[in-house]
Design a protein around this ligand. Structure first.
Ligand code: HBI
Ligand code: FE
Length: 288
């Protein structure tokens, strides 16, 4: 989950971070409260994902064995690296964009080492260990999504050089943090930001309120977002191959074309939007 990290004080201990912002995960540093919060979150979120998350996400959680205790990132890294080449690197929290992109391009996923407080069980601004591990790591085990995220990271340097980081960040926000995917069984969630929150997962799938629009790269890059409320617009993938396919294009011409087109308010629809129409029977409470 991405917060307004530019001006809020960051939670983590950055004093011990290396130049690439990685730190060592000290398993002995977790308190009994941390361990209790982890167990509570893992139990609650696992109860939600079946029937709400796409098969790829559920398979990822199953492969990770939905660790009931705080996981040792180095050990999980070996398991993931053997499947998709991705490794996990421990970080104190938010890290500068350029460093973040460089890690993704090298198939290193930054995972915050600290665990949220009990009073933050339902919402927190910065990504903690649970958000990063439960929300993001399962999809690193999906070969196509894993390739997409590495290709996404590789776009960071050019975006920074062209002053287009905010546009590239929108692609992460909408298609990594809050992505939806259409399946034969109906609409399913795969985004880390929604799947680490029961309320937003249900809202993203069932509420009549938000706009749900078929994925379109330029439309995503034009769409603003708020960090502290449920999304007003979600984008829907037909499959992960569509998301990976757009990464082969050079984004520079797109950034130039978008430079003089206005942003789109997520509360509104735009001309040309291809609206997603639900096609399967609505999910039932029993599915959850
Ligand atoms: N740092 N640790 C961490 N986790 C993130 O998700 C993250 C970040 N830095 C920047 C960032 N996300 C966003 O600006 C991305 O869109 C680049
Ligand atoms: Fe996140």
């Amino acid at each position: 989950m991405l917060g307004a990290h530019s001006n809020s004080t960051l939670r983590g201990d950055y004093a011990r971070a290396r130049p690439d912002y990685t730190v060592d995960q000290d398993m002995a540093a977790y308190s009994d409260t941390d361990r209790r919060v982890w167990r509570q979150l893992m139990r609650r979120q696992c109860a939600i994902v079946r029937g709400a998350a796409c098969d790829a996400f559920v398979r990822g959680i199953d492969l990770l064995q939905a660790p009931p205790e705080i996981p040792e990132l180095a050990r999980v890294s070996d398991f993931i690296a053997a499947r998709t080449g991705w490794r996990l690197v421990a970080v104190p929290g938010f890290i500068p964009d350029a460093v973040f992109f460089a890690h993704l391009a090298a198939r290193r996923f930054p995972v915050s080492v600290w665990v949220r407080r009990p009073d933050e069980i339902d919402y927190l601004v910065e990504p903690d260990l649970f958000h990063d591990f439960f929300g993001h790591v399962p999809m690193l085990l999906h070969p196509v999504f894993a390739d997409y995220l590495a290709a996404y990271g590789a776009k960071g340097a050019q975006a920074e050089a062209l002053g287009a980081l905010p546009r590239l960040a929108r692609l992460y926000w909408y298609m990594v943090e809050f992505g939806l995917i259409d399946t034969p069984a109906g609409l399913r969630a795969y985004g880390a930001g929604m799947l680490s929150s029961k309320a937003e997962t249900l809202y993203s799938l069932d509420s009549p309120q938000p706009h749900r629009i078929w994925f379109d790269l330029a439309r995503v890059m034009r769409t603003d977002y708020m960090i502290d409320s449920f999304q007003k617009t979600y984008f829907v993938l037909p499959d992960f191959e569509h998301l990976y396919a757009v990464m082969h294009d050079d984004f520079a011409p797109l950034y130039r074309r978008l430079a003089d087109t206005p942003d789109i308010d997520p509360a509104t629809r735009a001309p040309g939007d291809r609206v997603y129409a639900p096609h399967a029977s609505p999910r039932h409470a029993a599915d959850l």
